[in-house]
Design a protein around this ligand. Structure first.
Ligand code: G1P
Length: 290
């Protein structure tokens, strides 16, 4: 089994749902407590053993490159001031020389197109895709859970989660001959089906391990739901060619592409922190009492 060494982070989206906050700032830089969303995704990938970090960016996204770059002046100043903790928090973000690549998606043509833009940086090996909007709080990082399961079954693997029937139209939805259990065999995939046409209530969450054969299908540049080039449609064509599974991961997922989900993530992450939890619990009490 070939190891999963490379991960793609599609960060070219416009972030219209968070305007005006995202007018001049990438949506992936929105902080949950004190860390930008994209940093959580990168840290999850790193904890899962990923060695190459590939960002598919677009116009106005240079803050992401700066965030993961070495920052000599800031680091020197923090050291001078004896702020060792802050120095470490800044130093540890840096992606080392040769570990990181940025490529551009010239037009926002969809998630499938964004992934396809990274094809020559991936080559012919299995790879991961992480969507920073999906923030996952888990004891064992979600991608690590997937990589461990993938080592047993190979092929392609998606993070999946049961959702209420009325939410199926927001997601890629899995069809399977046997929907139970932690590892689910995938027999079909539909992107954002109408509720009454959804093959199940098992939704794809933004973590993928994909067979490189998906690039052949993405290369056809076929438009799907919302007139976009959908990753889901290209993945559906892999089914039957190589093993394809979903993993019901352990952990809690927050939809940070949505305002309420984003606020919930901030509360959940703050409440878990020893330095902030008690104070946040107290103010929550103040706002929810009576
Ligand atoms: C994307 C995928 C969809 C998946 C979702 C998970 O949709 O196209 O299949 O279920 O991410 O968050 P988006 O939310 O970008 O519209």
């Amino acid at each position: 089994m070939r190891p999963v060494r490379k991960a793609i982070f599609p960060v070219g989206g416009l972030g219209t749902r968070f305007l005006p906050a995202t007018k001049a700032m990438p949506k992936e830089m929105l902080p949950v407590v004190d860390k930008p969303l994209i940093q959580y995704a990168v840290e999850e990938a790193r904890a899962a053993g990923i060695e190459q970090f590939i960002f598919v960016t677009g116009r106005g996204k240079s803050a992401i490159e700066d965030h993961f770059d070495h920052s000599s002046e800031l680091q020197a100043t923090l050291l001078d001031r004896g702020k060792a903790d802050l120095w470490e928090s800044v130093r540890s973000i840096t992606l080392e020389a040769g570990q990181v690549a940025y490529t551009r998606q010239p037009e926002p043509l969809g998630l499938g197109h964004a992934v396809w833009c990274a094809r020559s940086l991936i080559g012919d090996e299995p790879f991961a895709v992480l969507l920073a909007d999906d923030l996952i709080l888990a004891e064992r990082p979600c991608l690590k859970q997937m990589i461990d399961a993938h080592a047993e079954v190979g092929g392609s693997m998606l993070a999946v989660m049961d959702v209420p029937k009325e939410h199926t139209s927001r997601y890629g939805i899995v069809a399977s001959p046997k929907l139970g259990g932690q590892i689910v065999e995938v027999s079909g995939l539909v992107e954002k089906p109408k509720t009454e046409e959804a093959p199940s209530t098992l939704a794809v969450i933004g973590r993928y391990i994909l067979d490189p054969g998906v690039f052949d299908h993405l290369g056809a540049q076929q438009r799907g739901a919302g007139n976009e080039i959908q990753l889901t449609d290209a993945m559906a064509k892999l089914i039957g060619q190589s093993p394809f599974h979903g993993l019901r991961f352990e952990g809690e997922r927050f939809d940070c592409g949505d305002k309420v989900g984003f606020i919930e993530a901030n509360l959940a992450f703050a409440l878990k922190r020893a330095d902030l939890g008690p104070a946040v619990r107290e103010i929550l009490g103040k706002y929810t009492a009576g």
